[in-house]
Ligand binder design. Structure first.
Ligand SMILES: *Cc1c(COP(=O)(O)O)cnc(C)c1O
Length: 391
């Protein structure tokens, strides 16, 4: 018996219950058409909402930055100095989000781990968290000693009951802006009202809202006209922005505080010059031109409408995230496998990522898709849907 045999046993168990995840291999840039496991397929499952992952302007700016700044930051910013480029990015992100300041991190996941324990570290504090919040919010909460209170998904009455019941030194309400599996949007006006009424801080993780919601893709606060009402806005640079990284946007005091206290800022190196330059280019494009955001929404509306006409159940999504509801996991897996044979990459998602009986194919639309691409996808969904008795 080897010391690590328990790992192999657990892996076998995952395979037995159908939860083992085989990772497909990408052999090209992430784009509308992507090489997956050696085959060029229509990509309908990336978070490349605006097509920035392979955008010529972003690539050009990344290459120029490598020439000037090299490939790595070589140290933690607070110890060996920050590159000028990161400061420029943060100024641009703050302007884009219409906040006083912003601070970049190595990922959206890291941003949540950074901010939550820094803001509410003590057992005297309380955090109120939507039951379907992203794993990185859950893990951020695990890093604090604050009392945790979970409220039912989007249920503002339940949240209010909890706010009446649980008191503390500092209170933080935290929610995803857009929930990634169903594409539903947090009721920000009600969250703002409850935060004000019960004197709580409000934190929104807008990972699937940035580049998607609001004018020019400024995100959920812009979508609801509530700039300045969310105390802590977390974002990712890895989805619509097409690169990698994350950030926190808010007041000057918040950012100054995080630079002193947020552990991933103090103890981990920053993103590379190429990443930062590429994101700056993405922000510049979005500030000047909203045509990619409009195209994303046109594509989403077109695809959802045609899918409904075909008889598919596309759930309650209010965003370009389009779940195609199939029920049981084996059907969703078979559907995904058949789509792949037909030239479409669209992943099946089942329990435990979504509840039992709610397995689905999650289609992610992108501004990179052309109308012909979508028509191709619709034809294949119809073919496989009929073949498997779904429509
Ligand atoms: C994807 C996602 C993250 C993680 O962002 P990365 O930049 O990939 O680390 C965090 N929060 C939410 C809500 C997300 O959807």
């Amino acid at each position: 018996m080897g010391k690590l045999d328990f790992l192999t046993e657990e892996i076998e168990e995952l395979k037995k219950v159908g939860l083992y995840n085989t990772i497909r291999v990408i052999g090209s840039a992430q784009d509308a058409w992507t090489e997956v496991d050696g085959k060029k397929v229509l990509n309908m499952c990336s978070n490349n909402y605006l097509g920035f992952a392979n955008h010529p302007e972003l690539k050009k700016k990344a290459m120029e930055a490598i020439e000037i700044y090299g490939v790595g930051p070589a140290a933690v910013r607070s110890i060996a100095g920050t590159m000028h480029l990161h400061n420029i990015l943060e100024e641009k992100l703050a302007r884009f989000k219409k906040t006083e300041a912003a601070l970049s991190f190595q990922g959206g996941f890291i941003a949540n781990l950074a901010v939550i324990p820094a803001i509410i570290p003590s057992p005297e504090d309380v955090v109120f968290s939507d039951e379907l919040n992203h794993a990185s919010i859950i893990d951020g909460i695990r890093l604090t000693k604050a009392k945790r209170v979970i409220y039912r998904h989007l249920d503002m009455n339940h949240l209010e009951e909890q706010l009446k019941t649980h008191h503390g030194r500092r209170k933080l309400i935290v929610s995803d802006g857009v929930f990634s599996m169903d594409g539903d949007i947090a009721p920000l006006p009600e969250l703002v009202e409850l935060a004000e009424k019960y004197d709580a801080l409000l934190m929104i993780d807008d990972a699937h809202g940035e580049g998607v919601l609001g004018s020019h893709g400024r995100g959920i606060s812009d979508h609801f006209g509530l700039h300045g009402k969310v105390h802590i806005e977390v974002g990712t640079l890895s989805k619509a922005f097409g690169v990698v990284g994350g950030f926190v946007a808010g007041s000057k005091a918040l950012v100054e505080f995080l630079k002193q206290k947020a552990r991933p800022f103090l103890f981990s190196s920053a993103t590379t010059p190429a990443d930062v330059a590429a994101v700056i280019a993405a922000v510049d494009i979005l500030e000047n031109d909203d045509s990619l955001v409009k195209k994303l929404w046109d594509n989403a509306r077109y695809f959802k409408e045609k899918m409904r006409d075909l008889g598919f159940d596309t759930g309650q999504s209010q965003t370009p995230i389009t779940p195609v509801m199939l029920g049981e996991a084996p059907l969703a897996q078979e559907f995904s496998r058949r789509l792949f044979e037909e030239g479409i990459f669209a992943q099946a998602i089942g329990y435990p990522t979504v509840p039992r009986g709610k397995a689905r194919i999650r289609v992610m639309l992108s501004a990179a898709h052309s109308r012909e691409d979508l028509d191709f996808a619709l034809e294949k969904f119809e073919k496989v849907g009929k073949e498997l008795g779904v429509i």
